[in-house]
Design a protein around this ligand. Structure first.
Ligand SMILES: [Zn+2]
Length: 195
C-alpha cells in the first residue's frame, strides 16, 4: 500500500521526484504545533476539513526539495500538503500565505467539480484556484483580518511578472491581474484595510 501511494504520487508529479508520505501520527503532531506557529492556518484547516464536502482526504508528505510547491489538489478530492512548510518557517510562506495556499487547493477541487474533464485546462484550473483563494480570504478580511487577502494579492502580482510561461500558474496570473475582478479585490483592500 505504501509503495503504491508513492507510485501514484510520482506519476502525478509534474516531474519525477520522490515525495515521502508522512504517517498520520507524525502529521497530526506537526499540525497541533501549528496552534502556536501557524494559528490561522490551523483554524482554517480544522474548519474546512469538516465543512467542505469536496475534500475527501488530506495527505501530508515531505519532498526532497521545496521547488515543487507546498500543496497539490487531485480531482479525486485529495489535497496533498508538504509538511515541511508547516514544521519549519519557510521564507515567503508565513501563516497568511499558507491560508492562501490552502484555499487555492480547495479552489482546484471546486474547479474539478464544476468543469467536465474534457473542458479542463491547467491555466483555467489555476485561475479558478487563485480566484477561490481571493474569495475566501476576502471573507476573512470581512471578519477583521485583511492580512491573508493582502498577502495573496501581493504574491499573485509578483508571480504574474514571471516570464516562465511553461508554468500554468504564471499564465493564469498574467490574465487575472489585468481583469476587473482582481482590481475589485485591490479596491476592497484599499477602502477597508487601512495602510
Ligand atoms: Zn494550483
Amino acid at each position: 500500500m505504501f509503495i503504491y501511494v508513492i507510485g501514484v504520487l510520482m506519476t502525478t508529479a509534474s516531474f519525477a521526484q520522490v515525495q515521502t508520505v508522512v504517517d498520520s501520527a507524525t502529521a497530526n503532531a506537526v499540525i497541533e504545533k501549528c496552534t502556536q506557529s501557524n494559528p490561522k492556518f490551523y483554524r482554517e484547516y480544522q474548519y474546512i476539513k469538516t465543512h467542505d464536502t469536496l475534500i475527501k482526504r488530506f495527505i501530508f508528505f515531505r519532498s526532497a526539495t521545496q521547488n515543487m510547491g507546498p500543496a497539490f489538489a487531485n480531482p479525486n478530492g485529495t489535497i496533498r500538503i508538504d509538511l515541511r512548510y508547516l514544521e519549519t518557517a519557510v521564507p515567503d510562506f508565513d501563516d497568511n500565505r499558507l491560508i492562501v495556499v490552502l484555499y487555492h487547493e480547495i479552489g482546484h477541487l471546486h474547479y474539478f467539480a464544476t468543469t467536465l474533464p474534457v473542458n479542463r485546462n491547467p491555466a483555467d484550473s489555476e485561475k479558478a484556484a487563485f480566484e477561490y483563494s481571493l474569495l475566501k480570504t476576502k471573507e476573512i478580511a470581512e471578519n477583521g483580518d485583511c492580512l491573508p487577502l493582502r498577502t495573496g494579492l501581493k504574491f499573485m502580482k509578483l508571480r504574474s511578472e514571471s516570464d516562465n510561461l511553461a508554468d500554468a500558474h504564471v499564465r493564469a496570473l498574467k490574465r487575472m491581474v489585468n481583469e476587473p475582478l482582481y482590481f475589485e479585490y485591490l479596491k476592497y483592500v484599499e477602502e477597508n484595510c487601512g495602510k
